[in-house]
Design a protein around this ligand. Structure first.
Ligand code: ADP
Length: 764
């Protein structure tokens, strides 16, 4: 490849983002696309080009009969050498850095005057949270962008809940090398305390400046709480906030800067930059009216110079009309379209909605007139101007909301889906909403789990519609509010058809199995089977089959459950289900085989689940597979392997703060270690389990006491005290106590400890 081509590749923001992400770990295109919020095929295409250029390296891994490509960085650094007569690119480099942003929201600063004092002050402050507040258009965003050109940006739109913020923050942190917050979210972790803790750790470890722009739009009190806590506790890294009103983020560790207009000499410089020259009288008059408000000044400089005095009444409106009347028709239309949206729109989105030839010149003209501004890849109408435009413009909001929703759906990502949903509601199109709920089931199932609050908030805007109600019920179900979910589903199910109905039916089966209302479960299972036949859609069959397996398993018909689980696999493949679902089905099969006491065969399926999850970077599922493998190996008395897999799972689950799973894995680690004779480590692990038990109360943690007792006995000491503690803590779960002893029985001769195992008080 020619040097020029290589440099061109490197000049693409998206490519740089990919390279930067790959420097954190090897990934497959699907995962990258998710992180970048881009279409997977676009990412694949870029990877291929980067691979050809020798910058990344793709490797095929064969997973369960399918080929999966995983990419890693091939060159960690590049050096450009300027020699007489040649420019050379070499593999090694000292310091050469440009910021790579992963948010498409950093504003571009072109013309900028003054504010040296404020910039210096902001940069100098030691508080972890800096707030710049002041009226609209006073220059907050411009100031912060200028003061912190490398900051990561988060633009508050007002629609999101705090969970959205955490996801975004997780992605930003992952992009600069801290993956634990994202990992925790991906694994389903939602505990606020942990989220905060991981966010704080991530910021402290990577030390970035994160800008939260337009915080006044936020109406989720939780976000303020997060920020107050960061102010109090953050040791490294910094959060910079802009807001129209002074936000309630506390006093400790927070510095507030109230921004007012430009100083006269600064405003004068702006006048010179924009106009070339200005008479002292005119300038004095302008400054008197605007008091240095930069947006107002910009607008004035765009309108014709005038001799007569400006009036202060409806000053903005007047100014705006002046500028607006000088626009061409296409400029007016474009401005009208843009004013419909409060978030920046990318060039591609504008092109989609305004496919006319004149887009580029119109955009350029609006930019130079100061009516719109550039924020990262996007363009937006300044807030105070927006309301004026909306008054005078005659573009049809519905038409463009529709069109924007279409554009977003092309992007094929959950976040874009949520936005598309919102705009479809705004366009008031009920039929379309129904189609979107179907799309959610087919492609974005995870939205309900990952963005429950945001999705709920969007759904609440939609008015009465059974399909929307069913979606709400699913969110309630995932949150654990079974009664509420049940009530809604039952109420609306007769008004729902198609795969949405199939979804409701299978969820009802699940719900009644959970509640152990077997007859009802049977009824809906039957209905669901009939509907599956009627629709004959592999995805629907898959849902049905998963419930059937569960039902059979719960009813003790394990052999039949196994058969059913194999059918799940068949449908998962036919439905081209995502890799996570496939891994899940492998795990089901493994579990059933283990129940049937076929650990070797179980192991085979657990291994498949492991391979699929690893290849697609689904760490949570991979670690569940490790845990299950540890279980199966333990059954086979292959303690070395058992301990290795259990240890991996323990480390992961501790890291993502999933203590239940961590303890489950620790239990297998401890007994395998006893099996191996590694008693010291087994003791450490057991103590760790007890500690977690004390913090969380999770019953299996108390197995730690029992292991400690057994370890004492093995050393020839008296372990009775520990056994007693274990038994006391498990008093309400005698079956668990038994199960733990049984498990130990595989590595120890329990008979030998008969005395101590026997409860001291038989009637306890
Ligand atoms: P806010 O965030 O307070 O609403 P912005 O930062 O968006 O305001 O600024 C409003 C307009 O004024 C923008 O067009 C911006 O480019 C311009 N502006 C703000 N500060 C300056 C400055 N110091 N020099 C030149 N232009 C500025």
């Amino acid at each position: 490849m020619k040097l020029k081509d290589l440099l061109r590749l490197l000049s693409s923001e998206a490519n740089l983002q990919i390279l930067s992400l790959l420097s954190t770990k090897a990934m497959n295109p699907r995962e990258l696309a998710r992180l970048l919020n881009r279409d997977e095929s676009d990412v694949s295409r870029r990877l291929k080009v980067l691979e050809k250029a020798g910058l990344v390296e793709g490797k095929w891994t064969r997973v369960d009969g399918k080929n999966v490509r995983v990419y890693s960085l091939k060159v960690e650094e590049l050096k450009i050498r300027f020699n007489p007569g040649e420019i050379r690119l070499e593999g090694r480099v000292e310091e050469y850095s440009i910021p790579v942003g992963f948010e498409d929201q950093r504003p571009g600063v072109s013309v900028f005057v003054g504010r040296e004092k404020e910039i210096e002050e902001l940069r100098r402050r030691k508080e972890p949270v800096l707030v710049v507040y002041g009226i609209a258009g006073i220059g907050k965003t411009a100031l912060v962008a200028k003061a912190f050109p490398r900051a990561l940006w988060y633009h508050v739109s007002g629609e999101e809940e705090v969970e959205y913020f955490f996801w975004r923050a997780g992605m930003l942190l992952q992009s600069i090398g801290y993956g634990e917050l994202l990992e925790y979210l991906r694994s389903g972790g939602r505990e606020e305390k942990t989220l905060l803790d991981l966010l704080k750790k991530g910021i402290e470890k990577t030390g970035p400046t994160i800008v939260i722009d337009d915080l006044h739009r936020c109406n989720d009190e939780n976000l303020f709480r997060v920020l107050r806590l960061l102010g109090r506790e953050l040791k490294r890294g910094r959060i910079v906030i802009t807001s129209r009103v002074k936000p309630p983020v506390g006093v400790e560790g927070v510095f507030y800067l109230k921004l007012s207009g430009l100083r006269p000499e600064e405003a004068y410089n702006l006048a010179l930059l924009k106009r070339g020259s200005i008479s002292p009288e005119e300038f004095a008059e302008l400054y008197r009216i605007t008091r240095g408000h930069p947006l107002a000044l910009n607008l004035i400089f765009e309108s014709a110079p005038r001799g007569k005095s400006w009036s202060r009444e409806n000053f903005f409106e007047f100014l705006f009309e002046e500028v607006y009347s000088s626009l061409t028709e296409s400029e007016k239309t474009l401005l009208g379209i843009m004013a419909l949206f409060s978030k920046p729109l990318e060039y591609e989105a504008l092109k989609w909605m305004y496919p006319n030839k004149g887009l580029f010149p119109a955009l350029h003209s609006l930019l130079t007139r100061g009516l719109i501004e550039r924020i990262g890849d996007g363009y937006t109408v300044h807030e105070i101007i927006r309301s004026f435009v909306r008054e005078v413009s005659n573009v049809s909001p519905e038409e463009y909301y529709h069109s924007y929703a279409d554009y977003l759906l092309e992007k094929d990502s959950p976040e874009a889906f949520l936005k598309a949903f919102k705009y479809t509601i705004k366009a008031g199109d009920q039929t379309r909403l129904r189609e979107l709920t179907e799309l959610r089931l087919r492609k974005f199932r995870e939205v309900v789990v990952e963005f429950p609050k945001t999705y709920m908030k969007i759904l609440q805007e939609a008015g009465d519609n059974p399909y929307i109600e069913a979606e709400k019920a699913e969110i309630e179900f995932q949150r654990g509010f079974f009664e509420k979910a049940e009530e809604i589903w039952i109420r609306v199910m007769d008004r729902i058809e198609g795969i949405q109905r199939a979804n409701v039916l299978t969820f009802l089966v699940d719900l009644y199995l959970e509640k152990e209302e077997i007859e009802k479960a049977e009824k809906y299972l039957k209905e669901s089977r009939e509907l599956a036949k009627e629709l004959d859609n592999p995805l629907v069959w898959l849902w049905y089959q998963i419930e059937e397996t569960k039902y059979l398993y719960y009813s003790g018909r394990v052999e039949e459950a196994l058969e059913s689980a194999f059918k799940e696999l068949e449908f998962a493949r036919r439905a081209k289900a995502n890799p996570d679902t496939e891994a899940l089905v492998f795990l089901h099969i493994g579990d059933i085989l283990l129940t049937l006491n076929k650990p070797e065969e179980a192991l085979e399926y657990y291994t498949k689940a492991k391979e699929v999850s690893e290849a697609y970077g689904i760490s949570f599922r991979a670690n569940i597979a490790y845990f299950e493998m540890a279980k199966a190996y333990y059954r086979l008395k292959r303690f070395r392997e058992a301990s290795e897999f259990a240890r991996k799972a323990v480390n992961y689950f501790i890291r993502i703060r999933n203590y239940r799973r961590a303890v489950d894995s620790m239990a297998y680690l401890a007994v395998s270690l006893i099996g191996l004779g590694a008693l010291e480590e087994a003791e450490e692990i057991s103590q760790e389990m007890v500690k977690i038990g004390q913090a969380t109360g999770y019953p299996l943690s108390w197995a730690g006491y029992i292991f400690l007792g057994a370890l004492k006995n093995l050393k020839g000491e008296d372990g009775r005290g520990y056994f007693r503690l274990g038994r006391e803590h498990l008093r309400e779960k005698p079956w668990l106590y038994e199960a733990i002893l049984n498990s130990l029985g595989r590595v120890l001769d329990i008979e030998q400890f008969q005395e101590t195992f026997k409860p001291e008080n038989q009637d306890e």
